[in-house]
Design a protein. Structure first.
Lengths: 280, 198
């Protein structure tokens, strides 16, 4: 028995329960629109290293972009095996690996992530099996990749060298940068999505900082006060187009929940950091 | 070629109502979350409960989940820490569901980790107490940086604060954590734990 790993019976039952839980979620969209109507909206913040540019997906400036170099190498193997990729092109920075499980088992990528495939994950004649893609940084001199798999577990791998670049932030007419936070820092306007990813826009980094307390907390006492105040309070901040002035929604900062939770606009609070209206 | 990190793609699918999108996220992150929970609780049943709670919270609070570098793992780790700080209350809404999940009948129980790793358990308890003594935001920062080796910049993104604020708070949180450990510890193992916080 290994207490460092989750009990497999419990894990498997939990997995089923989580899937059922997602399936049970009722009428997400209608509830969402209703919440939008009263101005309570949350969303996701895009960050560097995240989304890279599939068709139809919001890909804000500053996100990484991958370009395929050379041909895709496709192999099928059983058990642990090393795949020779040939010499890396000079401009290769990352390796894109797409693993498909062809039988039940556990499959480990070189970076320590892995996927497990249950009978339900394996395709029938027409379906598709569970697939996982990693874009891992290329190690110096690396020209092969090893997939660790259980003894009888079959898999297929599509591997290709890629050149990953971080795209530049945009700059709007007011001179504000907009896009996702990346290794260069945080732009003036930070990309977010609201309404289940259907609305994309930008929040001011200063609003975000202010609403999350980082501008207002300079001492342990203030931190404690902030924590206490945040317990039942969320703060909404405006979401703009990339022009930084056309408001298209609100983004909620905070995790207060339950009957006592309220959401208030940042502009209604006097919390000691510069709140902004429509001016940059 | 254009591609999205797989977990991000799965997560987006799940958000779109595709239940099969949630499974790969669970498969990828469950053991990391579980090991973190084990570190906070020191016993398998409680760690399993916390892991279940973190993933159930991931779905319940999906609209405010922060995706950092294509993964929801930092969010899960912070949520696990928050749940551990108030185990009974945080898991109350899921208690019936969690209790209904089957477990292996292999005798693993509260005492198992203790018997196998008695020294670790002492440290676990001290770390747990020290974490509990911190403000929630500070405990979250310590979780991500000291325990899970995220950079201050990544932790800042996960927590929605600026990098500068994260560094300032982290400095304070480390000092508080070290001081809390100082209070709760009297043995030579202190050095090991405090080393982690440097």
């Amino acid at each position: 028995m290994n207490t460092r790993e989750m009990d497999s019976v419990f894990a498997s039952a939990l997995r089923e329960a989580l899937i059922a839980n997602v399936e049970r979620t009722p009428r997400l969209r209608r509830r969402w629109q209703w919440r939008l109507g009263i101005g309570v909206v949350a969303g996701s913040i895009f960050v560097g290293g995240g989304a890279a540019l599939a068709a139809g997906v919001f890909s804000p400036p500053g996100a990484p972009s991958d370009t395929q170099l050379g041909n895709i190498i496709a192999v099928t193997r059983t058990g642990t095996a090393t795949v020779d990729l040939g010499p890396a092109p000079a401009t290769a920075t990352n390796l894109s690996l797409t693993l498909t499980c062809l039988s039940v088992g556990k499959f480990d990528f070189p970076d320590g992530s892995y996927m497990t495939c249950s009978p339900a994950d394996i395709s029938g004649a027409s379906g598709t099996s569970l697939q996982s893609t990693e874009v891992a940084p290329l190690q110096p001199g690396q020209d092969m990749v090893t997939i660790d798999a259980s003894a009888n577990a079959s898999w297929s791998l599509q591997a290709v060298y890629v050149n990953r670049v971080t795209t530049s932030w945009g700059t709007n007419a007011s001179g504000q940068t907009y896009g996702v936070a990346n290794q260069n820092g945080t732009p003036d306007l930070v990309a977010v999505t609201i309404d289940q990813g259907e609305v994309q826009g930008y929040v001011k980094a200063s609003d975000l900082d202010c609403a999350s307390g980082s501008d207002d907390v300079n001492s342990p006492a203030q931190a404690l006060a902030w924590d206490a105040a945040s317990k039942n309070r969320n703060i909404s901040i405006p979401v703009y187009e990339s022009d930084g002035s056309t408001e298209i929604g609100v983004f909620v900062v905070g995790d207060a929940l339950g009957p006592d939770a309220t959401t208030v606009p940042l502009s209604s609070l006097s919390i000691g950091c510069p709140t902004t209206g429509n001016s940059p | 070629m254009a591609s999205l990190p797989e977990e991000y793609t799965s997560w987006t699918k799940a958000l779109g109502g595709d239940s099969e999108g949630f499974a790969p996220v669970f498969d990828r992150q469950r053991d990391r979350v579980y090991r973190h929970a084990l570190r906070l609780t020191g016993n398998a049943p409680d760690a399993e409960d916390l892991t279940a709670g973190a993933f159930l919270e991931l779905w319940r609070r999906k609209k405010s989940v922060r995706v950092v570098e294509g993964t929801v793992l930092p969010w899960l780790l912070v949520t696990t820490t928050n749940l551990a700080r108030n185990h009974a209350r945080g898991l109350r809404r899921y208690r019936a569901l969690i209790d209904a999940l089957p477990r292996s009948d292999d005798g693993r129980g509260a005492g198992d980790v203790a018997l196998e790793h008695i020294e670790e358990v002492v440290v676990i308890e001290q770390v747990r107490q020290a974490l509990n003594s911190l403000a929630r935001s500070d405990a979250a920062l310590i979780t991500l940086t000291a325990f899970e080796h995220y950079s201050p910049a990544q932790a800042a993104t996960a927590l929605g604060i600026s990098e500068g604020a994260a560094r300032t708070r982290l400095h304070r949180a480390r000092a508080r954590m070290a001081s809390a450990l100082e209070t709760s510890q009297a043995g030579e193992r202190d050095d090991m734990t405090k080393e982690m916080l440097r």
